[in-house]
Design a protein around this ligand. Structure first.
Ligand code: TYD
Length: 223
């Protein structure tokens, strides 16, 4: 999902004088499936775009590129957890080039999932074979060279069983959408929230309008 728009000379760069290369703002939405990330990121995109016309990009991972297709295919095939993690990171490496280009143009980049998704989802998947701590460490390590650090990550949180309940109306759950697995994902996300100062949690059990309102307030504090 990529919505392309034009840049308008912005005041945003002036709020970040210490960052000479990057003029824009990089905001990531994270959360277990069913927390409403995609709906909320779309609503936030529409509201910010109305306010800052031509200055906002909405993008997502896995991407719509051929690398993103490989990632989706790996979910359907029997591949090792390590191979799957590396595919997500390959997709991200290419995506990051595009994200950096937008940021250098001074845009507000909204990204539906980024590297915390790999740490949480593949961390949970690799827990059994590697141990949770080693898995998370390895995933942070392989992401390090390919990522742009977000200025703000918004983690949508709610009870995992309630999030899954929302998904059941969509039908056909993927292998990532099982309760025990998503509980492990949620544990890693919440641990990341404790250690990452630029990661804010938002209560996603409310309506998407309320969640989007909180997200916009947090984003505007950073513009
Ligand atoms: P999702 O955001 O649900 O995309 P879509 O709505 O287009 O299907 O992402 C698809 C699944 O991929 C989701 O269950 C989370 C998983 N995922 C990972 O396991 N690791 C990652 O690094 C990313 C980006 C996603």
């Amino acid at each position: 999902m990529t919505v392309t728009a034009q840049v308008r000379p912005a005041t945003m760069s002036s709020s970040k004088p210490s960052d000479s290369a990057k003029k824009g703002l990089f905001v990531v939405f994270e959360g277990v499936d069913g927390t409403g990330k995609s709906t909320v990121s779309r609503m936030v995109y529409e509201q910010l775009e109305a306010e800052y016309p031509g200055r906002v990009e909405l993008t997502a991972e896995p991407t719509d590129s051929w690398l993103g297709e490989c990632v989706r295919r790996s979910s359907a095939e029997e591949v090792t957890g390590a191979a799957e993690a590396l595919l997500f990171v390959a997709d991200r490496a290419e995506h990051t080039r595009q994200i950096r280009a937008w940021l250098n143009e001074g845009k507000i980049v909204l990204c539906d999932r980024y590297y915390f998704s790999t740490i949480a989802y593949q961390g949970a998947a690799l827990k059994a074979s590697m141990g949770a701590k080693a898995a998370v460490e390895w995933l942070k390590e392989i992401n390090r060279p390919v990522i742009e650090h977000p200025d703000l990550t918004l983690l949508l949180t709610m009870r995992v069983d309630a999030a899954l309940e929302r998904l059941s109306s969509r039908g056909g759950k993927t292998k990532f959408e099982q309760l025990d697995y998503l509980r492990d994902v949620d544990v890693i996300y919440r641990a990341l929230a404790m250690e990452e100062p630029k990661l804010h949690t938002i209560d996603a059990s409310r309506t998407s309008v309320e969640v989007a309102k909180d997200a916009i307030r947090l984003i505007k504090n950073n513009i």
